[in-house]
Design a protein around this ligand. Sequence first.
Ligand code: DAH
Length: 341
Amino acid sequence: MDIFEQTENLQKEVQETVITDAEALEKFRIRFLGSKNILKDIFGEIKNVPNERKKEFGQLVNKVKQTAEEKFAALQEQFQQQNTTAETIDLTLPGDVTNLGARHPIQVVKNQIVDIFKRLGFAVQEDREIEDDWHNFTALNMPEDHPARDMQDTFFINVNPDIVLRTHTSSVQVRTMENQKPPIRILSPGRVYRNETISARSHCFFHQVEGLYIDENVSFADLLQTLDFFVKELFGKDTKIKLRPSYFPFTEPSAEVDVTCFICGGSGCTVCKQSGWVEILGCGMVDPKVLENCQIDTKKYAGFAFGMGVERITMLKYQIKDIRLLSENDTRFLEQFKSAR
Ligand code: DAH
C-alpha cells in the first residue's frame, strides 16, 4: 500500500469512526490531533514522495487533519451540551422546600373567639387605635380626675392631651352606640396600648376582644348564659365558670370571670397556681350612665359587656411563659403554631 493509499484510508477512518462518548473522543483526539499524532508520522514520509506529487500529498494530509479537527470540535461541543443539560435537570434531586408561613398564635386564638361569638349573632366591629378622651374614658363613666383612670397607664400625645392610644377596646362600644340604634350585638377585637414596663407578664401593647349586647329585656342571666357557652366552646365542654364581684366604671354590677383550669381540670397545677381556676375576662351590665352618654333610652334598653385579653388566653392555652415571645417574631417560636387553627 503506497503512502497515498494509507492517507486515503486514514481519511476514511476519520470520517467513519463512530464516537459515542467522551472517552472515545479523547482516543480519537490523541490519534489524529495529539502531539504525537499519526498524521505527523505520515507527513514525515513526504521525503519519499516524488517532487511533482509532494504538493498533492501535502494537501491530502492536510485534508485529513482538517476533517479530524472539524469532527473533534463538533463532537466536543455536542458532549459538553449533553453534560450541562444533564447537570441542570437532575431528576433525582430533592425539590426546593417552600417555607409556608403560619398564622400567628394571637390571630389563631382571636379567630377562635370571634367564630364562637359569631354563632351567637355577634358581628365584628373594629375601630381606631388612636382615640380621643371621650371615647376611651369620659363616655365610659371615667371623667377627668376619676381614680379609675389610674387602672390603665395611658400613653398621651404631648401636643394634645385629648388624644390617647386606646387603653382598651371598650372605646368601640361607645363609637358603636353613638352610631347604631339597638339592638346592638358586636364583638370588637383589636390592639390596645398601656404605658407599662415590658416584662415576661406585661407589655406596652396587646390585644383585647370586647363584646357588647344592647336590647330590650337583657339581663344578667343572658350574660351568664353567653359566657358559659363561650368558655365551653373555647376550652372544652366540661369547663365551668365562676364570677367574682369586681369593679369597672362602665358596668354595674361588674364581675371578673374565672374558668376551671383547662390544663389540670381543676385539681391544681402551676398554670392555675394550684387554685384550680384561671381568670380570663371582665364583664358586667352596662352602666346606665354609659348608655345615656350615647343617647340610648335606659327605660327601654339595657345591655351587658365583656372584655378579655387575647395574649392572656393564648398564653394559658399554649402555656407560653413570656408575653414578649408573642411580639418578637422569632420564627423558631412561630413555627411551632403551624398546625394551630
Ligand atoms: N376594658 C376592661 C379592661 O381593659 C375590660 C372590660 C371589663 C371590658 C369589663 C368590658 C367589661 O366590657 O364589661 O380592663
